[in-house]
Design a protein. Structure first.
Length: 83
């Protein structure tokens, strides 16, 4: 990476933007989408490159629904216990 390039990556479960050579501009975000959007903005403003390093799957469910499952339209389907 060149000086000023922005890399978005997952670090210990948190999405961060790392700016090469400018640690004061590096920061963490609550979601990947938020980090990617801000990373693109930083790189565009600086005229540098933005890369996204996708995290390898861990098998951990991080967004689980308690009441049921979702259908194709995103509506919640109630799941009853089977005998």
């Amino acid at each position: 990476m060149a000086l000023g390039d922005v890399e978005t990556l997952s670090k210990n479960g948190q999405w961060v933007n790392r700016v090469e050579g400018e640690d004061e501009l590096s920061q963490g975000y609550a979601s990947k989408e938020e980090a990617v959007e801000e990373g693109r903005r930083l790189a565009l403003a600086a005229g540098t490159v933005h890369t996204v390093d996708d995290a390898p799957p861990t098998g951990v469910i991080t967004d689980q629904q308690d009441a049921g499952e979702q259908d194709a339209d995103g509506d919640t389907i109630q799941v009853e216990d089977l005998p």
